[in-house]
Design a binder for this molecule. Structure first.
Ligand SMILES: Cc1cc2nc3c(=O)[nH]c(=O)nc-3n(C[C@H](O)[C@H](O)[C@H](O)COP(=O)(O)OP(=O)(O)OC[C@H]3O[C@@H](n4cnc5c(N)ncnc54)[C@H](O)[C@@H]3O)c2cc1C
Length: 410
């Protein structure tokens, strides 16, 4: 890498947002350098679930090594469950595999990739170029700077201000072995007494278990206990399908098996944790994420679904929209284009979050939704479409009402 080499665009962060933006810009003829300081082989903390909507928009994602699934089991806080058969597959990736695939595409398109942690230098009056520096003193300059450096982005704080804790979700979990018996089913379980959910996402050679909830309400010991209960329940259900996920059995045989599972997981499960942005409804209207020569993409911009924490689709879509604006010679247009494309949807999701995880006629809404889905094909279909990413929040109430005549107070 040449010190002080000048580029058209400096992209900080080679997750899905940065790598895809680098690929698109390089294909359009721009001189791009893409930085990432992540140690080789250390995956980004993530469930790795990629919706059917994303796979249809960018079919090349399926070339990355991952597991495609067409069935998801959803559990209510009380343990009721419904099996959803998806019309289009959903993919689950190890983030090492997904990120390496996207980064290789960027490189093949002509982007320079630099495995270094960098920071954005202050701009001195009159500077026409942005400068980023590595810890060892190397410098790169570019006309446009792009922050795709994730939820804790210092560059985003500089351009758009810091987000309060109330607008951050916390997600943590464990990478654990696939079950020895039964099918490694994909499970989403709404938490008893908490806003958020636990997941079991089987990948090719392990399972990613996790919990996502809001940072404000975060109580790590209690949530960690809940997650262990979920993980042990998951393995138990593979062997004894009739038993409820959250149920603690008093039978000696079950207790002994659960203790063995716990000990095994304690020896081999790898813990991970990270934050996901979860913007408040009012923040979407005033948060500016692009200017004439800068842009924030993906998590750095705050683009994750506040109900589900899903951010990979928005990382890729924001990268695509930024690249289109750049190649059309109007970087500043990106800030209005994302609003017109998915801004309303994310704002609506923020507004719905508390109702989604709140009460509905004296019971958790999520529990009611699963109870209804068990009985009603129209609600089941809507849930499938939500999981696939095809059902938005803006018209969710209308769809549910049309399909079921269910009086949804959302
Ligand atoms: C536990 C957990 C589970 C999740 N599960 C899912 C899921 O199943 N499906 C889904 O759609 N979303 C999920 N998400 C959200 C998803 O991970 C993010 O929305 C997505 O990764 C955002 O992509 P990105 O490219 O914007 O940022 P990131 O993927 O965070 O990539 C940012 C990159 O920037 C690099 N970087 C940071 N600072 C610097 C620096 N100074 N210099 C150089 N490089 C830097 C980092 O190393 C990183 O590789 C989950 C998040 C968490 C925390």
């Amino acid at each position: 890498m040449i010190a002080n080499k000048k580029y058209d665009a400096l992209i900080v962060g080679a997750g899905p947002a940065g790598a895809f933006a680098a690929e698109r810009l390089a294909k359009g003829g721009a001189q791009v350098v893409l930085f990432d300081g992540r140690p080789p082989g250390k995956p980004k903390a993530c469930g790795g679930g990629v919706t059917s909507k994303a796979l249809i928009a960018w079919p090349f994602l399926l070339e990355a090594m991952g597991r495609t699934i067409d069935e998801v089991e959803m559990h209510s806080p009380s343990g009721a469950r419904v099996r959803l058969k998806l019309n289009e597959p959903f993919a689950i990736y190890s983030r090492t595999a997904l990120d390496a695939h996207l980064c290789a595409r960027a490189q093949n398109a002509g982007a320079s990739v630099c495995n270094k942690q960098v920071s954005l230098a202050p701009r001195i009056n009159g500077d026409q170029l942005w400068t980023v520096c590595s810890r060892d003193g190397e410098k790169w300059q570019g006309r446009v700077v792009v922050a795709a450096d994730g939820a804790n982005s210092p560059i985003a704080r500089r351009f758009a201000g810091a987000l309060p804790n109330a607008e951050m979700e916390v997600a943590f979990g464990y990478r654990a072995p696939l079950p020895r018996v039964g099918t490694p089913l994909t499970v989403i379980a709404f938490l008893p007494g908490w806003a958020g959910y636990a997941w079991a996402f089987p990948r090719l050679d392990h399972i990613s278990f996790g919990i996502a909830t809001s940072q404000d309400a975060f109580d790590h010991p209690t949530l960690d206990r809940l997650l262990w209960q979920f993980m042990i329940g998951y393995y138990r259900q593979r062997e004894k399908p009739g038993i409820k996920l959250w149920e603690v059995s008093e039978q000696a045989e079950d207790k002994a098996r659960d203790a063995k599972t716990k000990q095994h997981l304690g020896e081999c499960a790898e813990r991970y944790a990270a934050r996901i942005p979860g913007l408040a409804a009012e923040t979407w209207s005033h948060r500016q994420v692009g200017g004439t020569d800068w842009a924030l993409l993906g998590d750095a911009a705050g683009f994750a679904d506040p109900v589900t924490g899903e951010g990979i689709y928005y990382a890729l879509r924001s990268a695509e929209m930024f690249a289109d604006a750049y190649l059309a010679g109007d970087v500043a247009a990106y800030d209005s284009h994302w609003r017109a494309d998915f801004g309303r949807e994310l704002r609506r999701a923020s507004a719905m979050r508390m109702r989604f995880y709140g009460q509905f006629f004296g019971s958790p809404f999520t529990g009611r939704m699963i109870d209804f889905a068990r009985l009603h094909p129209g609600i089941r279909r809507t849930l499938c479409e939500l999981v696939a990413g095809d059902q938005g929040y803006v018209d969710l109430k209308r769809t549910l009402a049309r399909r079921s005549l269910w009086p949804l107070a959302m």
